[in-house]
Design a protein around this ligand. Structure first.
Ligand code: MLT
Length: 244
């Protein structure tokens, strides 16, 4: 079996100048964009369209004519004025999102998704759906690029830990993967946090910030490793659920 290289970029800026062509990308923004997207899909939304800017999200809502999409997202962790929902996964209930198209713009997460554009396939990863994505990756053939959203241009502990846990899951399931020193270091650190992911969030700057502004329940929710057996891909500008 041909070996597959796993490469981790801890923030979008690290990808500059690197080609993602012919790789499968895995995009992570544990707090909270990818956790929110996975929750929305689990609760029956039709699809999620990420945009980088608020203006793009507003313009897109005008262009969708067959039904009224939900406009969602955050700046500084808080709901954008005039939007239907913020970026707390707990807002994306079945009652609110079922059969709706969701447009989302967040500070880091949606930009990371857009930065992965040229990859052959793009998976959306959070702690919630880690095993489901690992199982899907096992069936692909290309090298894997893990792209963390990070926070405000820098690395973020929670995304790097999620990357490390994904690597651990992959190398346990198959010997087809090649992991470099960086990936192995992330894996070791992630394993040291695995038993207490809420504590990991409180060691993370963005986790502490979310707690400060009242989102402690989001931290507890986003730490529920493998609680949603759902795989989602970003293709043709929309994130949809795919069969496992
Ligand atoms: C982001 O994209 O930066 C985040 O998802 C921020 C947040 O916690 O809402």
């Amino acid at each position: 079996m041909a070996k597959r290289i796993i490469q981790v970029y801890e923030k979008p800026a690290d990808v500059t100048g690197c080609s993602l062509e012919h790789t499968v990308a895995v995009v992570i923004d544990v707090l909270r964009a990818t956790s929110t997207i996975i929750t929305a899909l689990k609760n029956g939304c039709r699809g999620v369209i990420p945009t980088a800017e608020i203006e793009e999200a507003l313009a897109l809502r005008q262009r969708v004519t067959d039904h009224v999409p939900l406009l969602t997202g955050e700046r500084q962790g808080k709901k954008i004025p005039g939007f239907d929902l913020g970026n707390s996964p707990l807002e994306f209930t079945k009652q609110t999102v079922k059969d709706k198209l969701v447009i989302i713009t967040t500070t880091n997460g949606t930009r990371a998704l857009l930065a992965a554009a040229e990859a052959d396939k793009k998976y959306v990863l959070s702690l919630l759906n880690l095993q489901a994505v690992a199982a899907a990756l096992d069936r692909d053939e290309q090298d894997i690029t893990i792209l963390c959203a990070g926070t405000d241009g820098g690395n973020s502990l929670e995304d790097s830990v999620c990357a490390g846990l994904l690597i651990d899951e992959l190398v346990h399931s198959s010997d087809q993967y090649v992991v470099d020193v960086h990936g192995n270091a992330l894996r070791d650190r992630a394993l040291s946090y695995k038993q207490d992911l809420v504590k990991m969030f409180t060691d993370a700057a963005h986790g502490r910030y979310l707690k400060e502004i009242g989102f402690i329940a989001d931290l507890e929710y986003c730490a529920r490793l493998n609680s949603i057996p759902l795989c989602a891909v970003y293709e043709n500008d929309v994130i949809i659920k795919v069969k496992n």
